[in-house]
Design a protein around this ligand. Structure first.
Ligand SMILES: Cc1cc2nc3c(=O)[nH]c(=O)nc-3n(C[C@H](O)[C@H](O)[C@H](O)COP(=O)(O)O)c2cc1C
Length: 192
């Protein structure tokens, strides 16, 4: 049994080149983690494997964001998100996460993978304000209220969630090349 840490207002920063990888079953139970996840979150592999991925959930994250992520994944579609995570120490770290769906040859969903990199400050600044507003709405009007708020936010910008994310986080230049090369390796790494 792992106790949930009490959040403290201190950020963990890490290199843009450190990719954090994990794999879960269909319910979000952790099946695989890479070393970077352990190093940054402060949990050991033994502590994480078999645990629900929400062990890393930070209370500043609106539920509506996870709802959107899970709705895509359970439809079998990849999705991205900007996520504030809670480390074992109570500190936080921001990531850009790309979630993917692994299917068997018959097309049945087998597992989900998440591939994350450090979020740049301008990305954090933009979503922090948005998430803060969503969280306030969520406390009063529940997840439906915060989903409506987010929908209105996207409508104002003439974007859907995917377009918003792409616009916000798409890696540029050399980083994009490095990133996609590493992602190619990810499939092999999580095949256990
Ligand atoms: C592959 C995968 C990776 C995930 N990684 C994280 C993560 O790093 N941090 C997090 O808070 N939730 C992550 N989640 C979402 C959690 O499963 C969970 O939905 C979320 O923490 C919200 O908790 P709740 O569903 O209990 O409200 C991940 C889900 C999947 C499928």
């Amino acid at each position: 049994m792992i106790y949930r840490p009490i959040p403290i207002d201190r950020e963990i920063t890490f290199s843009q080149k450190k990719f954090i990888v994990s794999k879960t079953d269909l319910k979000g139970k952790i099946l695989f983690v890479n070393k970077n996840l352990c190093d940054i979150s402060g949990y050991t592999e033994e502590e994480l494997i078999g645990t629900s991925h929400n062990i890393l959930r930070h209370p500043d994250m609106p539920r509506a964001i996870f709802f959107l992520i899970w709705s895509n994944l359970l439809r079998g579609e990849p999705v991205s998100g900007v996520v504030k995570n809670l480390a074992k120490s109570g500190e936080y770290y921001w990531v850009i996460a790309d979630f993917d769906v692994k299917k068997d040859p018959q097309g049945h969903i087998k597992s989900f993978t998440a591939f994350r990199r450090a979020a740049p400050q301008q990305v954090i600044d933009e979503v922090e304000e948005l998430y803060d507003s969503m969280l306030k709405v969520e406390k009063k009007h529940g997840i439906e209220g915060s989903l409506s708020y987010f929908e209105a936010y996207l409508n104002e910008r003439g974007m859907n969630y995917d377009e918003f994310l792409t616009d916000l986080v798409a890696p540029k230049g050399l980083m994009a090349k490095f990133f996609s090369a590493f992602k190619g390796l990810l499939g092999q790494e999580t095949e256990h």
